[in-house]
Design a protein around this ligand. Structure first.
Ligand code: 13P
Length: 255
């Protein structure tokens, strides 16, 4: 870990009805102001609920240290795009961040680097920080292509106007998502170093400020080891972000 302030982000994915989602958000906000205040002094905590819960979560956490973000946005500001949500709409609800290019979007909705870059650009235009997700599949890793794939995704997904502070990168190896499997600490370090080097090539010294999160089966039991790796600046957490105690334990383990 470095001088960069860590970000612990929870991606709730398509989980949570109103009662459970609001209870979880309230519990996390209360923790940051109480028992978790030491963690709150050194890191930022973000939850990204499903679109249906963004507004109610934003209202229950207003005035607390917990922040809320979206899980996806459309590349356009408005228009005939049934079912989609724009970055401006998320901003209007009180979001500060939006996840773009999650591997589940890339797989389920055919999103390409170009799509992701356009969404990230929309986020910047709406004054949101895009959390741009990149990561190799298991087949790509087995073929020795992990570094090349992640470099290609990074360079293809970073929007014009990106700086070290207005975007966040999340390295999420696809094969580690929801599987309970994680890369070795050496592999995570190698991938994050590559991303930092790629960032330096585009952003110059601004790359020093860029937060690069690790995501994929982060749990209380492995958080200290993963978060302790140089160039890892926090976590993007799926399953374990749905339980307040687990998410809090991950934050507490983050140096
Ligand atoms: P899990 O933590 O459930 O593996 O999910 C990771 C993820 O996809 C976060 O965006």
């Amino acid at each position: 870990m470095s001088a960069r302030r860590a970000l612990i982000a929870g991606n709730w994915k398509m989980n949570g009805l109103r009662a459970d989602g609001l209870d979880l958000a309230r519990a996390l906000a209360a923790w940051l102001d109480g028992e978790g205040s030491e963690a709150a002094a050194r890191l930022d905590m973000l939850v990204c609920p499903p679109a249906t819960l963004v507004a109610p979560v934003a209202s229950v956490i207003a005035g607390t240290r917990l922040t809320v973000g979206g899980q996806d946005c459309h590349a356009q500001e408005k228009g005939a795009h049934t079912g989609d949500v724009s970055a401006w709409m998320l901003k209007d609800l009180g979001c500060g961040h939006v996840i773009v290019g999650h591997s589940e979007r890339r797989t389920d909705h055919g999103e390409t680097d170009e799509t992701v870059r356009a969404k990230a650009a929309a986020a910047l235009a709406a004054s949101l920080v895009p959390i741009i997700c990149i990561g190799e599949t298991e087949a790509e890793r087995d073929a020795g292509q992990a570094l090349a794939v992640v470099s290609r995704q990074f360079n293809g997904s970073l929007p014009e106007g990106a700086t070290g502070t207005n975007v966040v990168i999340a390295y999420e190896p696809v094969w580690a998502i929801g599987t309970g499997r994680t890369p070795t600490t050496e592999d995570v370090a190698e991938m994050h170093q590559r991303i930092r080097a790629d960032a330096r090539a585009c952003l110059g010294d601004g790359a020093d400020a860029l937060r690069v999160l690790y995501g994929g089966s982060v749990k209380p039991g492995n958080a200290a080891e993963l978060m302790g790796i140089a160039d890892v600046d926090g976590a993007l957490v799926g399953g374990a972000s749905l339980k307040a105690a687990d998410f809090q334990a991950i934050a507490s383990a983050c140096p």
